[in-house]
Write a protein that binds this ligand. Structure first.
Ligand code: GLN
Length: 449
């Protein structure tokens, strides 16, 4: 079975891969730069941990919350395609501002980055959906391919930018992140010929069946309700998943036996593991769902998301096992950590790219970018909650918190399974597959899945 995808997907894949390279590269050295002393070789800003983590928390939340204004700009002013371009420019300016050793440049750089990611991230995701017609069965798979690109960027950046920034010079690291985005922008400009019909501004009164005086139809309202409910799952999912950078990272440092063949692996490289698993297991998981769909079995987004959150939750059961072992006074086996990340990622692959795809199927045309913005804002909130959960664990104990996350995710998934048929009705067939033969000359086809 061969499924061809639109050429525009390659363009969006590489643009977003470089954007994420820039984003995760900067993120890898941000806290380290803030906390390094102001004197000595490769000096930093000399802040204490609490100050640095507070700014980091705000930053990681705001980049995603700004996706809402980014969506509004796209829907009302520029269209998704131009807003992505503007976002790219702002990110390049932001990263290069951080390349200067000055306080003003530092804050200006952060503001530029937050605005830039807010403009780029939701709209490039919406554009992926725009490559597929309504009812196209390849859409979910297309989003997984796009998601693999994200994670290639996320996987390589901390290694390269992290190394250069940490060992040589922080500002060189930030500049390198800027070059990453610059490459992304070059790919995007080059690829415009494959994106002619995607992401253009459609005046509200030209959208089929609507004019600016009509408010939303009943079907559109129902679909928005389903989307908002699915965003609740998204918040819980990211609150669990984003333990990787915080609590699980600290736990790996302190309580996991990292000695392999007599050598103790440092903690930081374990951050590479989830993104690596996404790259390796992305296609098999998407292929599994695609096969199920062809057999006519249940594959609605809500069903996948329910399973996804439960699988991710069971990853935390592995951490509970690690904590049980560590509580006896010895260090826990590394395999628990690896299995935990693996399960988390298998769950992620049934939830995160699926959610992106779901939004592009359900959001009413005139609010499509805004809904994507709200989705990313929900993920930002999830990130913030993740930080709070990590803090709670410092007092409540890791075993309790890991087990709590497991129970919460599984219960929430079960609840969703109980109600998913009702919720699916509210989607009014938005996910129905309508297979049509590809139209000749429609810029189809280069990558095969
Ligand atoms: N890890 C994914 C990315 O960086 C998803 C992030 C999110 O949705 N908050 O794109």
């Amino acid at each position: 079975m061969k499924n061809r995808h639109p050429k525009g997907l390659v363009v969006l894949f590489f643009t977003e891969m470089w954007e994420r390279f820039s984003f995760y590269g900067m993120r890898a050295i941000f806290v380290l730069y803030m906390t390094r002393e102001t004197m000595g070789q490769n000096p930093g800003m000399g802040w204490d941990n609490t100050e640095a983590l507070a700014l980091y928390g705000w930053y990681t939340m705001l980049v995603y919350v700004m996706a809402i204004p980014g969506g509004i700009i796209a829907d009302r002013l520029l269209g998704q395609k131009k807003t992505v371009f503007l976002g790219g420019l702002l990110i390049i300016a932001g990263q290069f501002a951080l390349a200067f050793n000055s306080h003003i440049a530092f804050y200006a750089g952060l503001v530029l980055l937050i605005s830039g990611v807010g403009c780029l991230k939701p709209n490039i995701s919406s554009m992926v959906g725009g490559l597929y017609r309504e009812g196209d069965s390849r859409r979910d798979f297309g989003f997984t391919i796009f998601y693999i690109g994200i994670n290639i960027g996320a996987m390589t950046a901390p290694l390269i930018v992290g190394y250069i920034g940490n060992v040589y010079n922080w500002h060189l690291g930030f500049a390198l992140a800027g070059f990453g985005m610059l490459l992304g922008q070059v790919v995007y400009i080059w690829g415009q010929k494959y994106l002619k019909d995607v992401g253009n501004l459609v005046p509200v009164n030209k959208i089929e069946g609507t004019n600016k005086h009509v408010s939303l139809t009943k079907i559109e309202k129902d679909r928005i309700v389903v989307l908002l409910i699915s965003f609740l799952i998204v918040i819980i999912f990211w609150a669990a998943y984003e333990q990787a950078g915080g609590l699980m990272n600290l736990y790996t440092e302190e309580k996991i036996n990292r000695v392999v063949f007599g050598w103790e692996i440092p903690t930081a490289p374990f951050q590479f593991v989830p993104a690596f698993f996404v790259v390796v297991f992305g296609a098999p998981v998407a292929a599994y769902w695609h096969r199920r769909q062809r057999k006519g079995k249940e594959t609605s987004a809500l069903f996948k998301m329910a399973l996804g959150i439960m699988i991710t939750g069971s990853g935390f059961l592995m951490m509970s096992a690690a904590a049980l072992q560590a509580n006896t006074g010895m260090k826990a086996m590394l395999i628990f950590l690896i299995l935990s990340y693996w399960l988390q990622v298998i769950g992620e692959l049934s939830l995160s790219p699926v959610a992106l795809s779901f939004i592009t199927k359900l959001a009413p045309a005139k609010y499509s970018s805004i809904m994507m913005g709200v989705y990313f804002a929900a993920t930002g909130l999830g990130n913030k909650v993740a930080g709070l959960v990590g803090q709670i664990a410092q007092k409540a104990g890791e075993l309790e918190v890991f087990t709590g996350i497991f129970i919460f995710c599984v219960l929430f998934g079960l609840l969703l399974l109980v109600f998913f048929r009702k919720l699916k009705k509210l989607a009014h067939g938005a996910e129905d597959i309508k297979e049509e033969p590809l139209v000749e000359g429609e810029a189809q086809a280069v990558i095969e899945s």
